[in-house]
Design a protein around this ligand. Structure first.
Ligand SMILES: Nc1ncnc2c1ncn2[C@@H]1O[C@H](COP(=O)(O)OP(=O)(O)OP(=O)(O)O)[C@@H](O)[C@H]1O
Ligand SMILES: [Mg+2]
Length: 309
């Protein structure tokens, strides 16, 4: 089962026994109806970062909602999904965008066989089923559309469904919001909303954890090349922190996609160009990034040297 595998992983990563036993208690205390099992995620990826894990698990255990804030590809959605899996709760992914309105979140009347019926929105489903609601890119939505969330997220834990009832949040329900400031189209989260979450500032993955992540996703990669890729990522990171280049090339998604391309036969430098170098649209910056790659990866390097199979 996914949650047993996740618990073993968390133990290996050094998450405290006390926290893990509380999570186990939560799982046995809040039973899940059999028809909800299919909504419990079976995660593809493990989030690496013991510190963040302990913060997130502790917050949810005491009944708080979480906001994961941080730059692109820092594992916000991976962590949110992993959390629903460890707690063994059904998950609803709620992508927010500029046109999101209260009706799409809570529900709206529809006609069915000549009668009016409430088509339940994801927030209502999370409330009823003790689900985990992932409010993805929460700062894309207009603050006014999110006003309905205020009573849901504070001590009241209720939803007033217009024309229907007041529905209380199931005790096991939690919301995990994600946000990425600085992306085009994002806005400031208003303080009233931010105050209803505990907030984790998501760090960029450490070099050691990136090494683990690469070997986890590509089990046949040679150790020295897993190290080369994680060092390259941290070279780029240092240049970003020093203000020499923008953060465009600091893209873990792009790095993973490049390694995948190499495993399918593309030359290493070409694959890294597609996944990393070409994220920079400024010619000068692109050259700087290219130079960092030339140092570590010879022009003729291919999959046979990098992978054992
Ligand atoms: N700490 C981490 N542990 C495991 N995987 C990570 C970590 N940080 C980033 N990743 C990897 O980065 C990729 C992107 O993850 P994810 O989609 O969760 O990022 P995100 O923070 O939601 O990004 P965005 O803000 O762009 O939506 C995944 O392949 C994920 O495995
Ligand atoms: Mg995301």
């Amino acid at each position: 089962m996914a949650e047993t595998e996740m618990m073993d992983f968390l133990k290996r990563e050094g998450v405290s026994d006390r926290i893990l036993s509380e999570v186990s208690y939560f799982r046995t205390y809040y039973k899940l109806s059999p028809d909800m099992e299919r909504r419990v995620p079976d995660p593809m990826y493990h989030y690496y970062g013991t510190d963040v894990w302990e913060k997130a698990l502790s917050s949810l255990l005491v009944g708080e909602h979480l906001l994961l804030a941080g730059p692109k590809a820092t594992g916000k959605n991976v962590l949110a999904q992993d959390l629903a899996a460890v707690f063994h709760r059904p998950e609803w992914d709620i992508s927010l965008y500029i046109n999101t309105d209260a009706a799409s979140l809570i529900g709206a009347d529809t006609f069915e066989n000549g009668a009016v019926r409430l088509r339940k929105g994801p927030i209502l489903r999370v409330a009823e089923e003790g689900g985990f609601g992932v409010l993805d890119e929460i700062n894309m939505a207009r603050n006014e559309s999110l006003a309905v969330m205020h009573a849901v997220l504070d001590f009241r834990r209720v939803i007033d469904v217009p024309g229907y009832d007041r529905i209380s949040l199931n005790e096991a329900s939690r919301f995990i919001a994600t946000m990425n400031y600085g992306y085009a189209g994002t806005r400031e989260l208003n303080e009233a909303l931010a105050s209803r979450f505990l907030i984790i500032q998501m760090p960029v993955i450490s070099e050691e954890n990136l090494n683990k992540l690469i070997r986890d996703k590509f089990p046949t990669i040679r150790e020295e090349y897993a190290a080369q890729f994680s060092q390259l990522f941290h070279d780029i990171r240092r240049k970003c922190e020093g203000g020499e280049i923008s953060t465009k090339a600091l893209d873990l998604r792009g790095l993973m996609a490049s390694i995948n391309l190499i495993s399918h036969g593309l030359k290493a430098v070409d694959a890294i160009e597609l996944g990393i170098v070409n994220k920079c649209f400024d010619e000068y910056e692109r050259q700087l990034v290219k130079d960092m790659i030339t140092v570590r990866f010879p022009a003729d390097l291919t999959r046979d040297k990098i992978f054992t199979d």
